[in-house]
Design a protein around this ligand. Structure first.
Ligand code: SF4
Length: 151
């Protein structure tokens, strides 16, 4: 007998997402209150994926929030990036800064203090992963692949 797929593993959210996305924002807010050594000064080095060889991975809630912010500005497509930088980086500025993903907040930019040690934010990562499951996600995925379904 075929078993019914788990709702938590289906590709589409099967419940109202607003409270879950609010939980993601609360994770971002809590991160901002922690005394971590990172200090982003907007150099955008970490936004240049091809240059650094590192691309953030996003959980579903993070991706949905980033896509919402992009759509809120009236844009619907993920723009192409000729230089391999983040598609949301325009004229040296992040176009979704307030809604940027967790990885952009705990980045590896040496100028900003280097990557946040995982041990200091493990609980927040766990919360994002729990929210991901509740939204029907399957774990974090690469930046473009994570966001594209929501644009
Ligand atoms: S979302 Fe914003 S902060 Fe994150 S990589 Fe893209 S431009 Fe940079």
């Amino acid at each position: 007998m075929k078993s019914k797929p788990s709702p938590a593993r289906s590709r589409k959210p099967d419940r109202d997402t607003a409270p879950l996305l609010q939980q993601v924002r609360e994770v971002y807010a809590e991160l901002a209150t922690r005394p971590l050594r990172g200090n982003c000064t907007g150099r955008t080095t970490c936004c240049r994926f091809q240059l650094t060889g590192k691309t953030p991975y996003l959980t579903r809630g993070e991706a949905m929030i980033a896509a919402q912010a992009w759509r809120a500005s009236g844009r619907k497509q993920m723009p192409a990036s000729a230089d391999g930088a983040c598609p949301f980086l325009k004229q040296g500025l992040c176009q979704i800064y307030e809604s940027r993903p967790f990885g952009c907040r705990t980045h590896f930019c040496e100028a900003a203090g280097g990557q946040t040690p995982r041990a200091l934010v493990r609980d927040l990562i766990q919360r994002l992963e729990d929210i991901d499951l509740a939204l029907g996600g399957e774990g974090a995925s690469q930046f473009h692949a994570a966001i594209k379904p929501f644009l």
